[in-house]
Write a protein that binds this ligand. Structure first.
Ligand SMILES: [Zn+2]
Length: 310
């Protein structure tokens, strides 16, 4: 085996010109070299580990900052959802009130809340969501938005349906013969009576309102003029059709007309003037309401003058 020899190291400095000579054995020099290398490797590892920790800390910081930002956005969304939900609740109250006012069926809360979603159906996805508070919150916000949208769609649909029903009711009500056709006193009611001309007990198909010749006669509901002309006993007569309410009104013994056939009229329009044409003993209006092919008592349709019809 080859023996390790001696090595010399010369040490000098800038300040003095002395040169020192130190002698090391070969083993010592080898040991020193190994220790130096191990030291360098250790240092390198320390630097690497430190850098890794610093990067990881920065990553955690960034993740937290991102989470804080997401939570802040979700809080904003939650407040927005709550406000929109309140608006829908107010619309529901408004609709319920209107449905009650117009005698329409109320939409039950079961129908309004039907189809509300839940957590994710996939088990793995659900577990991931449940373990992460941010995801859990995000899921809750998402569900709230889904519910909100569904309720908004349903609200839109029920309100449209209610509006359509109310419009139809308004059309029907506007064609209901609900006001007095003229000023005057009732000289003959609806039903059996002793006829002043025939002297017989016969059925009177309408009511008679007596007043001066030329007293204005009004349409008692919206409708269309179906007929204007002379008819034996009725004299000068106007017949109005009220299709939406499925009835007709008759204004007989007139002195003069103020409408033409097929003309549209509104409730309260002046259609003619009271007279004594036809079989009549004096100026009066004979007023009839006909529905489903038969006459009915007009007084049962006339509303009190202080009644509100909207
Ligand atoms: Zn009469």
């Amino acid at each position: 085996m080859k023996k390790m020899g001696w090595s010399c190291v010369f040490i000098t400095s800038k300040s003095c010109s002395k040169v020192r000579q130190v002698a090391f054995s070969g083993w010592t020099l080898l040991l020193f070299t190994v220790i130096s290398i191990l030291g360098l490797v250790g240092m390198a590892r320390l630097v690497s580990t430190g850098t890794t920790i610093a990067v990881a800390k920065f990553g955690v910081y960034e993740a937290r900052r991102e989470n804080d930002g997401l939570l802040s956005k979700m809080k904003f969304l939650s407040r927005f959802i709550a406000k929109e939900a309140e608006k829908i609740e107010k619309l529901v109250e408004f609709e319920d009130g209107k449905r009650l006012q117009y005698g329409l069926n109320k939409i039950s809360s079961d129908v309004r809340l039907a189809g509300v979603g839940g957590l994710p159906e996939n088990g793995e996805e659900m577990l991931t969501t449940l373990l992460d508070p941010v995801l859990m919150r995000a899921e809750a916000v998402k569900e709230s938005i889904v519910v909100l949208l569904r309720r908004a769609e349903l609200q839109d649909s029920t309100l449209s349906q209610m509006t359509s029903c109310v419009k139809q009711l308004h059309r029907q009500w506007s064609q209901r013969p609900s006001i007095w056709p003229a000023n005057g006193r009732i000289t003959s009611p609806f039903g059996y009576r002793f006829h002043p001309i025939t002297k017989a007990n016969v059925f009177h198909e309408g009511i008679d309102l007596a007043n001066k010749t030329g007293t204005p006669v009004y349409a008692t509901a919206d409708g269309i003029v179906a007929s204007v002309g002379n008819r034996d006993n009725y004299g000068r007569v106007i017949i109005l059709k009220h299709l939406q309410y499925k009835c007709e009104t008759v204004y007989a013994h007139l002195h003069q007309f103020n409408v033409k056939k097929n003309q549209e009229v509104k409730r309260g329009d002046l259609i003619g003037y009271m007279g004594s044409s036809g079989r009549s003993t004096g100026p009066h209006l004979h007023y009839e309401v006909r529905t489903q092919g038969r006459t009915v008592n007009p007084l049962s349709y006339i509303l009190p003058t202080d009644a509100i019809v909207d």
